[in-house]
Design a protein around this ligand. Sequence first.
Ligand code: AMP
Ligand code: ZN
Length: 138
Amino acid sequence: MKDDNCIFCKIANGEIPSSTIYEDEDFRVILDLGPASRGHALILPKNHYQDVCALDDSVAAKALPLAAKIGAAMKKALGCSGFNVVQNNGRSAGQTVFHFHVHIIPRYDGGPEMVSWKPGEPTKEELSETAELIRNEL
Ligand code: AMP
Ligand code: ZN
């Protein structure tokens, strides 16, 4: 369940060195080489999954508690007052490495704006039509 051409498979399994902050049998958590803020970390599963839709249920169940644990440690260690948990799926969503990963981005008081969007203003009809389209595929 590793992909020989995947850099995150190699990092997660220790074949390429990284700044590791946590490791267990399922995951390695590393510092991002291009951080959005000091301490920006990536949770990498050791097995290869392209994105959240491909993820094994048991790995998925462990990923969010691990994000919480890492975020809490960042608050103590780095003095950030919050953190974002970000996870991109697909090129249009900003995914650039196609091995599932979770970003944990420390946020500091007075720090720059990030992970934000301009709220749209859909009508009630548009909301209900959109909700129905998605519901029908579940
Ligand atoms: P995404 O855009 O969600 O696919 O995120 C990919 C992230 O991986 C980016 O934030 C990159 O800075 C980071 N990244 C890419 N290659 C490496 C690497 N070799 N070590 C650490 N982080 C990396
Ligand atoms: Zn991989």
